[in-house]
Design a protein around this ligand. Structure first.
Ligand code: TYM
Length: 333
C-alpha cells in the first residue's frame, strides 16, 4: 500500500491509565505517525488475563480510544482499532503458541510478578501465555518498530527470538524483525509513593492517573516520597524519588536529564522543585484532559474504530494467510 516503514503498539484497558503510560508510550505515538505507517490498538483481549468487571472493561476501552485521539493520533496516519475486532490476532495466536516454550514464558518478568502472590494451581493459562498473543499482535502488521515503555521490552525481545526461530525453521523471511523503541527519557516512570517500584495502574497513592483532577495531581506530586537531602540531582540509587521527578520533568520538557539537572542547580528546596514539576505536569495534562473529554463526548469513537478495523483486518489477514501457507495449512479460495 505504501513504502513507509511501519510501527505498531497498544495499551491494555485494565485500570486507569497513568502518567507512566503517557510518558512511556502514549505521548510518543504522535511523533511516530509522522515517520511511520502507524497501527495503534487497544489490547482488550489481554485485559481478560486477570479478572475484570465487564462494564469496566468496556468503559476503559472507550477511554483509551479517546486518550489516543487526545494525544494527537490522526486517523489519516494511524489506524486505531480494537484487538478483538481483528480475529486474525486470535488465529495467529493459535499458531504461534506452538513455537514458544514453557521455559521462555515462565521467565517473563511480568508473568513472574503477576503470578507471584497467586495460588500456583489457579494461575490462568491466559496470563502465562500472554506474550504469545503479544507476538501475534506485533507480527500480523510486520512492523519495523514497536514503541513501548521499558517494562514491555522483554516481551518484544521474546518476539524477536520467535521471528528468528520461525524464519529459520521455514528458511524464509516470513516475519520482519521488529525492534522495541523506548523513549530516551521516561521509559520507566516510578511510583511516587515508592520510587523503587514502577508506576503501575493499581496504586492510587503512587500513581498519577490521567483522569485525576488537577488539584489531586498537584497534591500527589507535592507529597511524593523523597530522601532527606535538599539538592536536586540525578542519582536513581541514592535519590530515587528526586531522580524520578527529574525524569518526569525532563521527559515532558523534551530535554535530557542533564539539562533538567542544570536547570535546578540553584534550587535547594524540594518543595520548590516539586512545585515546578507539578506545574509542568499540569501544563501538559490539563489541555490533554480537555481534549479527552471532548472526544469521549462526541460520537467519533465508533467511526474511528470502524475505519481502523477495516485497515487492520486487511493487513492482518494478508500476514495470516502467508503464515498459514507456510506452516502447511490448506488455504483455498
Ligand atoms: P500496558 O497497557 O501495561 O502499558 C501501555 C504502555 O505503557 C508503558 N508503561 C510505562 N512506561 C513508562 N513507565 C511506566 N511506569 C509505565 N507503565 C507502563 C508500557 O511499557 C506500554 O508501552 N502488553 C502491553 C500491551 C500490548 C502491546 C502489544 C504493546 C499488547 N500487545 C503489542 C505493544 C505491542 C501492556 O500490557 O502494556
Amino acid at each position: 500500500m505504501c513504502n513507509m516503514k511501519r510501527s505498531l503498539s497498544g495499551i491494555k484497558p485494565t485500570g486507569n491509565l497513568t502518567l507512566g503510560n503517557y510518558i512511556g508510550a502514549l505521548r510518543g505515538f504522535k511523533k511516530v505517525q509522522e515517520e511511520y505507517e502507524s497501527f495503534i490498538f487497544v489490547a482488550d483481549l489481554h485485559a481478560l488475563t486477570l479478572p475484570i468487571d465487564p462494564q469496566a472493561l468496556r468503559s476503559n476501552t472507550k477511554d483509551i480510544v479517546a486518550f489516543y485521539l487526545a494525544a494527537g493520533l490522526d486517523v489519516n496516519k494511524t489506524s486505531i482499532f480494537l484487538q478483538s475486532d481483528v480475529p486474525a490476532h486470535s488465529e495467529l495466536n493459535s499458531i504461534l503458541i506452538n513455537y514458544l516454550y514453557m521455559g521462555e514464558l515462565s521467565r517473563m518478568t511480568q508473568f513472574k510478578d503477576k503470578s507471584a502472590k497467586m495460588n500456583h494451581e489457579a494461575i490462568g493459562v491466559g496470563l502465562f501465555a500472554y506474550p504469545v498473543l503479544m507476538c501475534a499482535d506485533i507480527l500480523l502488521y510486520q512492523p519495523d518498530i514497536v514503541p513501548v515503555g521499558e517494562d514491555q521490552r522483554q516481551h518484544v525481545e521474546l518476539c524477536r527470538d520467535l521471528v528468528h526461530r520461525f524464519n529459520t525453521r521455514y528458511s524464509k523471511e516470513i516475519f520482519i524483525m521488529p525492534k522495541a523503541v523506548t523513549p530516551k527519557v521516561g521509559a520507566r516512570i516510578m511510583s511516587l509513593s515508592d520510587p523503587t517500584k514502577k508506576m503501575s495502574k493499581s496504586d492510587p497513592k503512587g500513581d498519577i492517573f490521567l483522569k485525576d483532577e488537577p488539584n489531586v495531581i498537584r497534591k500527589k506530586i507535592m507529597s511524593a516520597i523523597t530522601d532527606t537531602g535538599s539538592d536536586i540531582f540525578y542519582d536513581p540509587e541514592n535519590k530515587p524519588g528526586i531522580s524520578n521527578l527529574l525524569q518526569i520533568y525532563a521527559a515532558l520538557s523534551d530535554i535530557s536529564i542533564e539539562e533538567a539537572q542544570a536547570k535546578f542547580k540553584d534550587i535547594h528546596q524540594y518543595g520548590e522543585f516539586k512545585k515546578i514539576v507539578a506545574d509542568k505536569v499540569l501544563e501538559e495534562l490539563v489541555p490533554f484532559q480537555e481534549r479527552y473529554k471532548e472526544f469521549l463526548n462526541n460520537k467519533t469513537i465508533n467511526d474511528v474504530l470502524n475505519a481502523g478495523k477495516d485497515k487492520a483486518r486487511y493487513f492482518a489477514n494478508k500476514t495470516l494467510t502467508k503464515v498459514k501457507k507456510t506452516v502447511g495449512l490448506y488455504v483455498h479460495e
